[in-house]
Structure formats: C-alpha cells, structure tokens
Design a protein around this ligand. Sequence first.
Ligand code: NAD
Length: 261
Amino acid sequence: MYEDLNNKVAVVTGGSKGIGKSIAKRFGEEHMSVVINYHSDPDGANDAVNLIQTSGGKAVAVQADISQEQGANDLLQAALDNYGKLDIWVNNAGMENRVATNEMSLEVWQRVIDVNLTGVFLGSKTALNYFVKNNRPGNIINMSSVHEQIPWPGFAHYAASKGGVKLFNETIAMEYANKGIRVNAIGPGAINTPINAEKFADKQQLNDTLEMVPMKKIGDPEDVAAAAAWLASDQSKYVTGVTLFVDGGMTLYPSFQNGKG
Ligand code: NAD
C-alpha cells in the first residue's frame, strides 16, 4: 500500500477485464477514485466497480472508444464530474490478432494502430492538456509490451504499435519532465488474461511460451498492477521515461539461459 495514493483520481482505459481490471482493483485497494473505461463489456466494468467499492475506493464505469478523441474527452469529463480532478491516467486498452503481413488488410492494420498507438496518444494528450492548463503535477502510465523490443512474426501491426508506444512514451516523458509530469510504460511479458486464454489452454502453446520465460511461469495480472501502483506512487518520484518490464526475464535473450552459444 502507498499512502500517497489515498484519494488520488485515476482513469484506466480498457478496465473491464485482464490487466486493466486488475489495475483498477489494485487502485481500489489503495483507496483511490477510479474512472473505469470499457469498450463493449459493461458487466466486466460493473464488476470492477464493485471490486473497488468493496475494498474502500470509489469507482464509476464509463463506455468510450479510446481510439476516438471524444472517447478520451468523455473519460476526463467523468473524472472531473465525479471526483473534481485527475491525478493519474493509465493507457491500458489494447488488442492483437495473428495475421501474416502479406495478407493483412489495411483495416486490420489500422484498427490495431488506432487502439494501441493512437489511443495512447489521445489518452496522453487529454491528460497532459489537463495537467498543463491547470498547472498540476501528473502521472501517465502507458501499457506497452515486451514487443516494443522483441519482433513478433504474425503480429507486425501489434509490434509496430508497441514500438511506437516506446518512443512516444520516452518523448512525452522528456517534453513534460520539467512540469512535474511523469510518464512511464510497463512492458508485460506473458500474462494470464483473456487475450491469452485460448493460447494458454493449449498445452503445447503454453509450453512453447514457458520456454521463452527464464522464470518458467506465466505472470499474473496482479504482477502488472503492482508495477502500475508503484509507478503511480511517489515511491517512483525520480523515475520518468522508462519501460518497466514485468516479464519473468523474457526480454533477457532466454535462448542463452543455459550458457549456450
Ligand atoms: P484484454 O483483452 O484482457 O483486455 C484489453 C482491454 O482493452 C479490454 O477491456 C478491451 O475492451 C479494451 N479495449 C480494446 N479496444 C478498446 C477501445 N477501442 N477502447 C477502449 N477499450 C478498448 O487484454 P490484456 O491482456 O488485459 O491487455 C491489456 C494491455 O496489456 C494491452 O495494451 C496489451 O497489449 C498489453 N499486454 C498484454 C500482455 C499479456 O500477456 N496479457 C502482454 C503484453 C502487453
């Protein structure tokens, strides 16, 4: 628990399931007030609201498409209407699908870029504009991936979007560092969420994934939420522009693990 997070106000995009829901729940345990954004799963979002309220935080669920500027504006407005301020904005929403690049339609490419990269831009822009105009310190957390660094055949749009998030994150961290605004990313590895449910249900695919993780285990969404809470808190007050990998060592060239080569 981080005492300085008490009564802080956060927006979490894509908070109805997976990592976003886990971050929302952790923020509730920190007694924060949370705007939980959902795209198409009101039940998941309402469940997240209940989890937060049960653990002593405040929460409201708001439908919005984060790839649209109006969506980001609606989330800020909900924070201001319900809680009177904004302290932390978590750009978590994301999507992926496997398509060979030579067969990838422009629509499929564009949708992943729109949600994973443009959504991060729109959320960040909205939060930054509020912090700057109101002369307030602020904190932005962008959900990147190990694939901001590791190429991923079949997921060129996803890897391109996360590579874009990496430099966007670093650039705005530098641009606003002297205004008391911190911007950091989290790079999850293989985490047990709905995005991976089918893959991890298949024993062969699960074992293939574990081969790529030096710690030989799949991460929990709570591991990512713990990183988000630390980055949101003052305990990380001298940290900006980093990607904090939460990946069991996946970015450490696991094929070298046994001293091979
Ligand atoms: P998930 O599919 O469980 O959740 C994704 C969330 O994003 C959902 O709530 C979905 O509704 C929301 N979303 C999608 N499009 C949206 C839109 N247009 N507007 C608003 N919300 C939208 O996935 P997850 O595993 O929880 O992933 C969360 C983030 O973590 C993503 O950015 C993902 O790329 C990243 N990530 C996940 C893993 C992993 O192993 N699970 C690894 C690396 C990175």
